[in-house]
Write a protein that binds this ligand. Structure first.
Ligand code: AKG
Ligand code: FE2
Length: 311
């Protein structure tokens, strides 16, 4: 089998008791260990729901810059709201990405003791004004993608021979981030070090990515080759991130991927499913704990230009 094989999984097969379950779990284990990517369809979220989120985001990204700047994350010490083009450099060997983004994350319940620690992963979300459906649409989708992500992680635990509840209790206040990536047509000035998003691995456990049907995502195979990945409308591309790779001592692979971009504008919608700040993601048998929050903190500092402590 090739390292760039991307299994296609029907989410209905992952339900306990489903006739196709053993085969689906085997595909999931293979995805985790080999390519680090799979696609999943027929989840609880359908194409129409994804399209509704894309409508809101497309209108926002096409709004005048003056509107977007009002919620520019660069004016804050966190990553909530709009991120301008060239605001993030995910690969030190490439130029900052030409994409722009909208990011939202988990908000703690009032009185949650974690709030007193002022952690930027739980910073208040920032919403555009005058867009009546934007906030509710994204908040609902955020909650629902977290549900699907947790279901997939439970299945993954089982696929890798761990108890199904292995990850339970680690995602109660998840540092999960929902992002809209907006890739305008590839700019005329772009050279070989310019990307929509440069080669990178994701930082967390699992990324659940929906798209608008325009191709663009490429995944790196072990031989260094780049392969396009597409999914049908309503399906998700799922990949694993650095935290899960660390946590499983490398059994699960965080695979590099990128978007060069084309003349076609494109929007993608990743949900980065990251655990609670205090989750110990050190590998089995390790004596020193490694906190999920510290890993995320380091990666945010390295990649968001406005959070770079050395700048
Ligand atoms: O737009 C895509 O298809 C991929 C985006 C991505 O890799 C990311 O946001 O981390
Ligand atoms: Fe990514």
């Amino acid at each position: 089998m090739r390292a760039t094989d991307i299994p296609e999984i029907d989410a209905r097969d992952l339900v306990p008791g489903a006739p196709g379950r053993a085969a689906a779990l085997a595909d999931l284990a293979r995805a985790a260990r080999v390519s680090g990517f799979f696609t999943v369809h027929s989840t609880a979220i359908d194409a129409e729901e994804i399209a509704g989120v894309l409508v809101e985001l497309r209108a926002f990204f096409h709004a005048p810059e003056a509107e977007k700047s009002r919620i520019d994350m660069a004016a804050t010490g966190s990553n909530r709201g709009w991120g301008a083009p060239l605001g993030e450099r995910v690969d030190p060997g490439s130029n900052p990405d030409y994409k722009e983004v909208f990011d939202m994350g988990f908000e703690l319940a009032p009185g949650d003791p974690l709030a007193a620690r002022g952690l930027r992963y739980y910073a208040p979300n920032r919403w555009p004004e005058g867009r009546p459906r934007f906030r509710a649409t994204l908040e609902r989708y955020y909650a629902r993608t977290m549900g699907v992500s947790m279901t997939l992680l439970r299945a993954l635990a089982e696929a890798l021979g761990a108890p199904r509840d292995h990850f339970d209790g680690r995602f109660d206040r998840p540092m999960a981030l929902l992002r809209g990536n907006f890739y305008p047509a590839r700019p005329p000035w772009a050279g070989e070090r310019d990307f929509g998003i440069a080669p990178h691995t994701d930082y967390g456990c699992l990324t659940l990515l929906a798209g608008d049907g325009v191709p663009g995502l490429e995944v790196q195979g072990r031989a260094g080759d780049w392969r396009p990945v597409t999914s049908r409308p309503g399906a998700f591309v799922v990949n694993f991130g650095e935290m899960l790779e660390i946590w499983t001592a490398g059994e699960v692979r965080a695979t590099p991927h990128r978007v060069i971009g084309s003349e076609a504008e494109r929007i993608s919608l990743p949900l980065f499913f990251n655990p609670d700040y205090d989750t110990d993601i050190s590998p089995p048998g390790s004596v020193t704990p490694r906190l999920a929050g510290e890993h995320l903190s380091r990666r945010f500092d390295e990649t968001y230009l406005h959070l770079d402590p050395t700048a």
